[in-house]
Design a protein around this ligand. Structure first.
Ligand code: COA
Length: 445
């Protein structure tokens, strides 16, 4: 069967940054360690006044098309994933196509465009749609452009404010891809939940503590569902485990639970037994409460074992490096985690071709999805050319007063005039509103 998967990746970060330890923590009266160690984010990327989900998505897509030497005719679909849309009817993909048509010969008139919604999961659902479209033989030899783009802003003072972020990831989905091939096997964990939602409002209503429990419960269901079709998973089957990363602290919790699950009934559980005992089995406990308490005690011990820590350093830590520098990019976050791991491997000169990753996506509301990806021969070239370090280093460092202005500029309820902090160059920018309240964009040389 022809491999189908991700042939190219590019990202575009918001051009401003908020330093959580130096700038945010003192104003909040919090210990900086809460953000850098507990939550795990050093900086949030934020959009400059001329940036939004369209400019960031279009800029990432243009970088991708330029690097791959593509023309509009090579693209048969443009799917955008976002939970920051500003229009309930016109999809962001039409705006992005309009931007790209300003700079390329030809057009996207015969490309199918859409917008997917399921909180942070929808980027992965767009990959599914592209995969299925290609597998069904409906692509006429063309590739799909998937763009996950978000301005993840919270109400000022909401606990989520510490996890904000803004940026886009563009991915090209094609046959015989250069970076990873997607597995046909998938697992789902899905339930009607009220953990994070935006009922016709810009900033989310969040039950942060509950969202942690829902994330873990749905991921576990998805893993069990994945194993029911792909067979049991073992830590050594996968080189990395990129998970949806609302903030690295969340992934730390998921990783520990996941490790317990995938080491149960393996030689690793046996090897750990002398030090921390065997994993609790529910049938050995009289009540559910007793069983859950035993699980918590086992997990506390497991966290401190050499085996777990080595696995975490090698299989999880590389996936959260970029997230810790940019914050939550919602729909793009799991795709940043994959990219983060591939970049870490490239910088350490690890040979990944043929290795597998287990990718866990999650969207509040809530649904988790788990699938495997096989790294392809062209992965190194595919990630080495990216300008991630330069983009992150070039961000303008905001003072707290400037951050307050930036938050207001992007608040749909407010009208404030603020000077831009950076100078746009070789990129799409937002220029204002048209007569039907549409947003307008142009390319700045
Ligand atoms: N040094 C090290 N760690 C510290 C610390 C310090 N000085 N101070 C606090 N911490 C740790 C806490 O122990 C906690 O870690 P734990 O959960 O492993 O115990 C972490 O930092 C966060 O502290 P907490 O007091 O829980 O923060 P909070 O009440 O302000 O809320 C969130 C944190 C994540 C719930 C909040 O940011 C939020 O609602 N985020 C949006 C929702 C979200 O992203 N949900 C995820 C699922 S998609």
């Amino acid at each position: 069967m022809t491999a189908v998967g991700i042939d190219a990746i590019e990202l575009w970060s918001g051009k401003l940054r908020l330093d959580l330890a130096e700038t945010f923590a003192p104003v909040k009266g919090e210990d900086p360690g809460k953000y850098t160690k507990g939550i795990g984010i050093e900086y949030s990327s934020l959009p400059d006044v001329y940036e939004d989900i369209v400019t960031m998505g279009a800029n990432a897509a243009k970088q991708l098309m330029d690097r791959k030497g593509l023309t509009p005719e090579d693209i048969g679909r443009i799917d955008v994933a976002t939970e920051s849309a500003f229009d309930n009817s016109k999809p962001v993909s039409t705006y992005i196509a309009g931007c790209l048509e300003q700079v390329y010969d030809g057009d996207f008139h015969h490309a199918n465009k859409g917008e997917r919604k399921f909180a942070c999961l929808s980027g992965t659902q767009c990959l599914d749609d592209a995969y299925n479209w290609i597998r069904a033989g409906r692509n006429r030899g063309r590739a799909a452009l998937v763009i996950a783009t978000d301005t993840a802003l919270y109400e000022r003072g909401d606990p989520g404010e510490a996890t904000q972020g803004a940026g886009a990831v563009a991915m090209l989905i094609d046959e015989e891809p250069d970076i990873v091939a997607l597995s046909t096997e998938q697992g789902y964990g899905s339930a009607d939940e009220t953990d994070f939602l935006k009922p016709n409002q810009q900033f989310p209503s969040v039950d942060g503590k509950r969202s942690i429990q829902v994330y873990l419960a749905r991921m576990r269901e998805a893993l069990e569902d994945y194993e029911s079709v792909a067979g049991d998973t073992h830590p050594e089957d996968f080189v990395y485990f990129p998970f949806h990363t609302p903030y690295p602290g969340m992934v730390r919790k998921a990783a520990l639970l996941g490790y317990r699950h995938i080491t149960r009934d393996t030689e690793i559980e046996d090897a750990l037994a002398d030090d921390i005992g065997m994993q609790p089995r529910e049938e050995n406990y009289e009540t559910r409460e007793d069983y859950e308490e035993a699980i918590r005690a086992y997990m506390d011990e497991l966290k401190g074992t050499r085996q777990y820590q080595e696995w975490y350093e090698q299989a999880i830590e590389p996936t959260i490096q970029v997230s810790g520098q940019v914050g939550n990019w919602y729909t793009a976050s799991v795709h940043l985690a994959r990219l983060s791991a591939l970049r870490a491997a490239a910088s350490e000169d690890v040979d990944l071709a043929g290795e597998k990753m287990l990718v866990g996506s999650y969207g509040s509301g809530a649904q988790a999805e788990i699938h495997a990806e096989t790294v392809r021969d062209g992965w190194r070239e595919g990630v080495e050319g990216l300008d991630v370090d330069a983009q992150l280093a070039d961000r303008y460092d905001l003072s707290f007063e400037e951050y307050e202005l930036v938050h207001d500029v992007h608040n749909h309820q407010k009208e404030v005039e603020v000077e831009e902090f950076t100078q746009p160059e070789g990129e799409f920018v937002f220029t204002g509103w048209g007569r039907m309240n549409e947003r307008r964009y142009e390319y700045v040389e």
